[in-house]
Design a protein around this ligand. Sequence first.
Ligand SMILES: *Cc1c(COP(=O)(O)O)cnc(C)c1O
Length: 619
Amino acid sequence: MKDDYGLSIWGENNFEIKGDDVLVSYGKKPTLLQITKEIREKGYKGPILLRFPHLIKKQIDLLFSEFKRASSEFNYKGAFKAVFPLKVNQFPNFINELIEVSNGHNYGLEAGSKAELIIAMAKTPMGAPITVNGFKDKEMIALCFIAANSGHDITITIEGLNELKTILEVNREFQQEFNSYVTPKIGMRIRLHSSGIGAWAKSGGYSSKFGLTSTELLEAFDILKSNHLLDRFYMIHFHIGSQMEEIGPLKKALREAGNIYADLKKRGATALNAINIGGGLAVEYSQVPKSKSRNYSIKEFANDVIFLMQEIAKNKGVKEPDIFTESGRFIAASHSVLIAPVLELFSQEYHEKSLRLKEKNPPLIEELYDLYTSINRQNATEYLHDAIDHLESLLTLFDLGYIDLEDRSNTEILVNLIIKKAISLLAEDSKELVRLQNKFQEKYLVNFSIFQSLPDFWGLGQTFPIMPISNLSKKATQAASIWDITCDSDGEIAFNENAPLKLHDIDVSKEEYFLAFFLTGAYQEILGMRHNLFTHPTEATIKFDKDGNYKIENILEAQNIMDILEDIDYDIGAIDKKLKSNIEESTLIDETQKHILLGKLYLYLSENSYLKTIQATKG
Ligand SMILES: *Cc1c(COP(=O)(O)O)cnc(C)c1O
């Protein structure tokens, strides 16, 4: 049986397998391989991050259409609004596309820091909402006033009473300096008694970093009232944590927030009109059915939110609130795919050509050779057992000094060749085969950095779907562990028996072999670390025209070596001078040769830091 790499679980019909290839299920359905090759032919080597704006659009349309559907089914009176939380992906080639494809939805941005706020102020279309969360100082609050008075629909969500006091302070200053101005809308983040679940649950619950307790909420209400600012109090907000795998905690949080909303409204918060339910919509990353991570659909999510808010509003006799969401992962994750070339298969050195058989070999090696040449479907299991047995004996003989290094090398090669042959001969799902495959894994050296491109794998054990983008009509027999090119032993995605990744046995000196890492569009880019000074990979945006033809835009190459060093504040002028003078003063070569050497040096300095070649044209 051929492997679909769990595409039916995580793929959301965004990609499909046809013959050997992975197709983008859009437009004229180009293959990932074709797109990759076209970019590499322009001279870009190393890993490439492909962005697909049509997938951003798909997610935004889905979010809005599901809430629209639920609202009309329940005849809900409040509006549905959404913002994209910038912390999930602030990269310009993503944000610019997001703004373009969300045109028509009045989709806005959420900022959690001053720099993000500046992006929000510059990129949010006028009229679309901006929400501001996180800890804020006076400057950040003043920036919100600037945004409001430039015409933006901006809500400052306060995380604590001090922030409210700072808002009052800035408001007083504006009162003194301006004869007319607008105060931004004010939101209050509530500290929920219910908390989320999973790796990111810390964002909610009593011990959460954020939000006002009931006591503080009442106090904030009184402060707003006595300062005549109740008419700016517009929203309450909560966020129960990212990658919410079950719907249960959300329902609890909705009930809690809904009752707080109703209570404050009855108390006289007349402008209060919205509940912001934060983010948390989960993405299915699993490649195997048994580790599926999400127990609800977007449809169920929208239904629950609308139904519960309506129920509470009805029971309490208050107006149905507008609903805001700040889902980020759900919008961004699927839009990018990282394509990375395989540089090497570690066992490829175990080649028949490399055998150094002697005139007379130790008897066990002669036997191994016989096993290798006569193994077939019928005897495969037995011969395999014999080979593994011989391996143990021969290694012991080496330790005791009875055989030499050449014999040991022959042993390793023959046993590896026998295992490979046996694996390709044996029946599909024999337990024995699975056990063997798991034990004898192939290590794939891949031209990328896990620290840079999959930091959540390194930091949180979050897995991402992985598959080759060629050879898919052939059975993949190698249990694979993936090694990146950093010199850090953590830069490995080890083989996992519960979610086994099988790859093809490819001679990469003859044939290119690329792996694709999917769902990397949320959080990974900005969290990516420059460990070993590997930087953000080369990126490209893949757009489709009306006829369904794709075009490659916005190619941005990974930083070159000198730029990387400058980024961490090296004096690159001094480095340049030093390298140059070392060559000029060298007594080992003559003037012409020095010239050639300098030329080579400058060529290398201008290139990105990913590996260029190991095999002839790879990398
Ligand atoms: C991180 C964050 C989000 C986005 O969460 P996702 O899980 O990516 O949807 C939304 N709102 C707030 C306040 C956040 O901190």
